[in-house]
Design a protein around this ligand. Structure first.
Ligand code: NDP
Length: 238
């Protein structure tokens, strides 16, 4: 059955791999983008909707466009996220609040809006993309780690609040994945990370996408409030 799926930040990296996995399975997939060429994304069969998730009005407009073209969102993957790394003593309040505003409050905005349709349908699947860093912590990433840890409490609260409406909320916590975000690291930092990962390598984006897809499948119908690590063993299940 073809579902209406939305992946935020689905124009590149992990989000694009997730969007492609759903599209290949026959779902109607919308993605949000801020940068890049929407024509390239449309060629992949994706509905590209311009949206900055820090702006509630843009979120509302994006949902209207998606509902118009694909119907109410049945599967939401809140993937958009940013880093602004800095040691605490050099971290400005803006460095902190801007990361929280995208990663945590931005997720709140898109989840809240998706739930309007899900409540009406009395079913829905929501997957939030957190990070191993939210559970283990990371020096120089207090803002990012706080935002990603916040997603766990957020998802688990909603799992309790909306379980009776047949809406599941789960969190995927990737380890280090080969994308633009990690390309920003130095070779030395990358080697240091790989040395701590039992599987001895970075994840490929498809390895995250597969787990997200599983969490929205019928096989995962009794899973909610879970945090699934996809980190090559780095967090040992946390
Ligand atoms: P990228 O930096 O490659 O992509 C980030 C995505 O988020 C882009 O699509 C970007 O859109 C979007 N985005 C950022 N800010 C906003 C915003 N305000 N509104 C809408 N979209 C926004 O990151 P990854 O693919 O690596 O990461 C995807 C998710 O996975 C993130 O949440 C990240 O924290 C998480 N993650 C990544 C890991 C990794 O090792 N790479 C590890 C663990 C978690 P645009 O192109 O317009 O900027």
């Amino acid at each position: 059955m073809s579902r209406s799926v939305l992946v935020t930040g689905g124009n590149r990296g992990i989000g694009l791999a997730i969007a492609r996995a759903f599209a290949e399975a026959g779902d109607k997939v919308a993605i949000t983008y801020r940068s890049g060429d929407p024509a390239e994304l449309e060629k992949l069969g994706l509905l590209a909707v311009k949206c900055d998730i820090t702006d509630g009005e843009q979120v509302e407009q994006a949902y209207k466009e998606i509902e118009d073209k694909h119907g109410p969102v049945e599967v939401l993957v809140a993937n958009a996220g940013v880093t602004k790394d800095q040691l605490l003593m050099r971290m400005s309040e803006e460095d902190f609040t801007s990361v929280l505003d995208t990663n945590l409050t931005g997720t709140f905005r898109v989840v809240k809006r998706a739930n309007r349709g899900m409540l009406r349908a009395r079913k829905g699947r929501v997957v939030l993309i957190s990070s191993v860093v939210g559970l283990l912590g990371s020096a120089g990433q207090a803002n990012y780690a706080a935002s990603k840890a916040g997603l766990v409490g957020f998802a688990r609260s909603l799992a309790r609040e909306l379980g009776s409406r047949n809406i599941t909320f789960n969190v995927v916590a990737p380890g280090f994945v080969d994308t633009d975000m990690t390309q920003a690291l130095t070779d030395e930092q990358r080697a240091g990370i790989v040395a701590q990962v039992p599987l001895g390598r970075y994840a490929q984006v498809e390895e995250i996408a597969g787990v997200v897809k599983f969490l929205t499948s019928d096989d995962a119908s009794y899973i909610t409030g879970a945090v699934i690590p996809v980190d090559g063993g780095l967090g040992m299940g946390h």
